[in-house]
Design a binder for this molecule. Structure first.
Ligand code: UD1
Ligand code: CA
Length: 461
């Protein structure tokens, strides 16, 4: 098979999005539109991928990884003009150019393979992916004569009878590279929008008696373009429903799929139960037989098996091992690691803190830049004072340490294995193993003080 070169058009402003963000960087199911398109393109194992950028080019470049070449379209004069910008990189090469649109995110690799197969079998100069869309408004319409594609007419240029056509241009094509760039040069701007329309190439090729083929997708929704926030929301809902169905097929219980929000790349193990209004985002991985209660948001975290996450827990960029219990109202900030069977309870905030197996912090605590040993118990109201106004410092709490309630641990400080901290202490010095540290003023008792006070008040009246 000849080489395949992919070109993706992503220079347009996306005017109808009314956004400071380039259209192709808007997200569906946690992935930008352009990431989705590029993943699909990778399914063809192409010899090269070229992205035509323009509006917001720096942002688009910065958002994408290596392995892609960029060409700049300084002025967005239309899709035909956009493809011409790839000329310096592709002219003189042979094989097939597959053209994708950065704003058509649901296209599948299977459709692209069918496109290339159809194109090769027909030995076509161009092959167009089309779809039958009852709501064809806004798309270019496929005009056929004697059953063969004759040309594509844009919505704005179409006559009423052409507007009634429901076969639309997806904006996805395969082109034989050999005649392509010379033909692109002949596209004009004689249309309502004064743009160089790439679809005009179809009529040009037909006039040159070249073969133009079509491939019609069976799932028309697949070629839906994103041009407005409404379309973004509609396609997002479709993607989300599909992800939820995949999860359920894999043995995950969703109490209410309508209010379950799981990004595409998230993995969830079987027998995990997800309650309503849960958000699982980014590259999150959840093990088997976990229970995740309402109002929780888990982003880029790895969660083991049999973990219970109670209501309104937020976890980001953290690791949680098997059997841990977290929440309600707990907050694991980036860099936290909870060992097996740890408990983190109500209103406990962790940042860059690790807790070893069986350690507990059940109520009202801030634990930042801390290392907490196995079976240690951190009492209610414990605060690690990790910041001195200039720098962050570490708190080390050993195995089997007991930290009494309302203790203040001024970092850097170490509480060695098996030490005890009296409730209400401010700890500023290392506590040796097995020692008790009391860091508060001693309680005083004044016997009979209340009666004396009352009689003093009476005599003053
Ligand atoms: C285009 C097609 C239409 C098709 C539809 C499918 C044209 C003229 N029309 O219309 O037949 O039904 O897609 O979704 O091609 N772009 C550039 N540079 C430009 C103009 C556009 O890079 O100068 C990029 C856009 O960023 C976008 C893609 O090309 O990713 C399509 O452009 P858009 O303006 O969205 O075209 P449509 O009006 O949707
Ligand atoms: Ca479009």
């Amino acid at each position: 098979m000849d080489d395949i070169h992919v070109v993706v058009l992503a220079a347009g402003k996306g005017t109808r999005m009314k956004s400071e963000t380039p259209k192709v960087l808007h997200r569906i199911g946690g992935l930008t539109l352009i990431e989705r398109v590029l993943r699909t393109a990778a399914g063809l194992s192409p010899a090269s991928i070229t992205l035509v950028v323009g509006h917001g080019a720096d942002q688009v470049r910065a958002a994408l990884g290596d392995g892609i070449q960029f060409v700049m379209q300084e002025e967005q004069l239309g899709t035909g003009h956009a493809l011409l910008q790839a000329r310096p990189l592709l002219e003189g090469k042979s094989g097939t150019l597959v053209l994708l649109s950065g704003d058509v995110p649901l296209l599948t690799a299977a459709t692209l393979r069918s496109l290339v197969e159809t194109h090769n079998a027909a030995a076509a100069a161009a092959t167009v992916v089309t779809a039958d869309l009852p709501r064809a408004f806004g798309y270019g319409r496929v005009v056929r004569t004697n059953g063969k594609i004759a040309r594509i007419v844009e919505e704005k240029d179409a006559s009423p009878s052409q507007r009634a056509i429901t076969e639309v241009n997806s904006g996805i094509y395969a082109f034989d590279l050999e005649p392509l760039f010379a033909a692109l040069d002949t596209i004009g701007t004689g249309n309502k929008q004064g743009e160089y329309y790439l679809p005009d190439l179809i009529a040009i090729y037909r006039k040159q008696k070249r073969t133009v083929a079509t491939w019609t997708v069976t799932q028309a929704q697949e070629i839906r373009g994103i041009n407005s926030r409404t379309e973004l929301a509609e396609v997002t809902a479709m993607v989300r429903q599909q992800k939820n169905e995949e999860l359920m097929a894999a043995g995950v219980t969703l109490i209410d799929p309508a209010t379950t929000y799981v990004d595409d790349d998230v993995v969830v193990g079987p027998d995990t139960v997800i309650h309503p209004c849960v958000f699982l985002e980014g590259g999150t991985k959840i093990g088997a037989a976990c229970e995740i209660h309402s109002g929780s948001r888990i982003t880029n975290a790895t969660i083991g098996d049999r973990v219970t996450i109670r209501n309104h827990t937020i976890i980001a960029d953290s690791v949680v091992m098997d059997g841990a219990r977290i929440g309600p109202f707990a907050h694991l900030r980036p860099g936290s690691e909870l060992g097996e069977d740890t408990h983190v309870g109500n209103f406990v905030e962790l940042k860059k803190t690790t807790m070893a197996k069986g350690a507990k912090a059940n109520h009202l605590a801030y634990l930042g830049d801390a290392v907490i040993g196995a079976r240690a118990n951190v009492g209610a109201g414990t605060i690690t004072c990790n910041y001195d106004g200039e720098q962050k410092h570490q708190t080390v709490i050993g195995n089997d340490v007991f930290v009494g309630s309302n203790s203040t641990l001024v970092a850097p400080v170490t509480l060695a294995d098996g030490s005890y901290i009296a409730a209400g202490s401010a700890i500023t010095m290392e506590v040796p193993s097995g020692a008790l540290a009391i860091g508060r003023s001693r309680q005083e008792i004044k016997p009979g003080w209340v009666a004396q006070k009352k009689s003093r008040v009476k005599s003053e009246k």
